[in-house]
Design a protein around this ligand. Structure first.
Ligand SMILES: [Zn+2]
Length: 503
């Protein structure tokens, strides 16, 4: 039982809850400066190329058909084992999510007129290693968004129902010592009250531009890497590229002023409420949306909704069509899309796209490669997670690979020049790219796709990626695990990838 968490916003005593939440907020201090240069969003390339669908490279077509799937009791679609084909070794049955994954309840009251989000997170966490503390990452306090005016302040923290002192090890790290150590398999229940002060209109995952609000990487979240422990990678000016989180279940409630729409991760579960199963984060977009909805067969039905915020002179229809086709293409290439829903919000002032599990944020006029790239992240980052601070190429290189196959741009991508100082450095962490952001896209995204292309036939690379997804679905992978999957099909993968700086 969770003690110390306030009543749900919009529940039986919302006024009291609000008073409590405000009173509980402590000023824990804004973060310091640090980091310069542009955000490393998934930007559309400049100059932009045509946005109509190009025919695919012959080399990138895949012979894989839809995998045979099973729908779990929790509604997740997972692949069954696939027999060997003349070119692809038998793929094992897809891994299932850890039954001891964290369970979150996240309650939010959004007040656009005040530029605030008052919230409370309650989580049940079952570590697989001994722990003597809990860690929550406070990504809005990372240098880039803090500089833009965002601030995440934490109020009362409880552990197993008792108020517990907590401190900041860094503006982005809330350290909560446990009253007593917890062993593997022992559940710890914690609550954190918080107030998020929104920045203004920012070209990033946190933004507040009139009625259009983006909420991504915005609440206290456990950066646990099963088998390894807390991921304490330093924030960089591309703060969300440091995120690492295990899949978890989320019960989300959101209160917004009348007339505003919400598109969020997960499945609607009543007015102002969503439920997301086995996802590593949740995000939402708020606005006045013109909506379009359809169904992708990836291969099971996936309900897709696209919303375009009022004032952006675009139709949601083309984004919907492209998202559906990308979901279906990647399900054939990499394995089924596991969730029943996918949403995309087009909101102002964003020059590319930002991926969250089952929810993507994109800016105006990003119908081109951004749309397929972000859908690619549903497999690489969403389904198979990674430490985005330590191994940014692991999701960006693979999402770019997915994108290139869909867009028919692999040939062009292989021919793109990589700056000499970024060549052979694909595997570097975000701290390396922090001071070299002009080469980040080419060094990590393009070079990551080039490294895979260097292995051989694109259809065989997709086969190896089906193995990678099957083995590491719902988990957090590290580079040696991808290399091992690639080596099943390309025995010389370790040497070849080593030449690109991937080890
Ligand atoms: Zn990306």
């Amino acid at each position: 039982m969770l003690v110390g968490i306030p009543a749900r916003p919009g529940g039986h005593d919302p006024v009291r809850w609000r008073a409590w939440a405000v009173a509980a907020v402590l000023a824990l201090g804004a973060c310091g400066d640090g980091g310069t240069g542009p955000a490393t969003l998934d930007r559309a390339p400049a100059p932009t190329t045509t946005t109509v669908t190009a025919p695919r490279d012959a080399a990138t077509t895949t012979t894989a058909g839809p995998a045979t799937t099973t729908t779990t009791a929790e509604g997740l679609v997972v692949a069954e084992a696939q027999p060997a084909t003349p070119t692809c070794p038998a793929v094992p049955a897809q891994a299932r999510p850890d039954p001891d994954r964290p369970r979150y309840r996240l309650d939010l009251v959004v007040r656009p007129d005040q530029g605030t989000v008052d919230g409370a997170v309650a989580v049940t966490f079952v570590p697989d290693l001994p722990v003597d503390r809990l860690v929550f990452r406070l990504w809005p306090n990372g240098p880039r968004t803090a500089r833009a005016g965002a601030r995440l302040d934490v109020g009362e923290v409880t552990v197993d129902g008792r108020p517990t002192p907590a401190g900041l090890a860094d503006p982005t790290i809330l350290d909560v010592p446990l009253p007593a150590p917890a062993g593997p398999g022992e559940a710890v229940e914690a609550t954190v009250a918080f107030r998020l002060r929104l920045p203004g209109a920012v070209n990033d995952r946190l933004s507040h531009d009139g009625d259009a609000i983006r909420l991504g990487s915005f609440f206290p979240i456990l950066p646990w890497e099963p088998g390894h422990g807390w991921a304490l990678d330093p924030p960089t000016s591309a703060f969300a590229e440091a995120s690492t989180a295990p899949v978890a279940d989320f019960d989300l409630t959101v209160e917004v002023p009348d007339g505003l729409d919400v598109l969020a991760s997960g499945e609607p579960a009543g007015p102002g409420r969503w439920r997301a199963v086995a996802v590593r984060d949740v995000a939402l977009s708020i606005g006045r949306f013109t909506l379009a909805a359809g169904v992708a067969h990836a291969p099971e039905p996936v309900h897709v909704t696209v919303g375009v915020h009022a004032g952006i002179g675009e139709s949601p229809d083309a984004y919907l069509e492209r998202t559906i086709r990308a979901l279906e293409d990647f399900a054939r290439r990499f394995g089924p899309y596991p969730y029943p829903r996918h949403t995309l919000a087009i909101t102002p002032g964003l020059s590319g796209g930002i991926e969250y599990p089952t929810h993507v944020m994109q800016g105006p006029a990003t119908i081109g490669r951004t749309t397929s790239h972000e859908v690619g992240h549903m497999w690489f980052y969403g389904l198979v997670g990674n430490n985005q601070g330590r191994d940014p190429w692991l999701d960006e290189g693979l999402a770019t690979w997915a994108e290139a196959g869909f867009e028919g741009t692999l040939g062009a991508m292989r021919n793109r020049a990589i700056p000499a100082w970024a060549r052979g450095r694909t595997g570097e962490p975000m701290t390396y790219w922090e001071s070299r952001q002009s080469g980040y896209y080419r060094g990590v995204y393009v070079q990551g796709a080039q490294a895979l292309a260097a292995l051989g036939d694109a259809g065989l690379v997709d086969c190896a990626l089906r193995h990678y997804v099957a083995r590491h679905a719902f988990a957090i992978a590290r580079p040696p695990q991808l290399i091992a999957s690639l080596a099943l099909v390309f025995p010389d993968a370790p040497e070849r990838l080593g030449g690109f700086g991937i080890r």
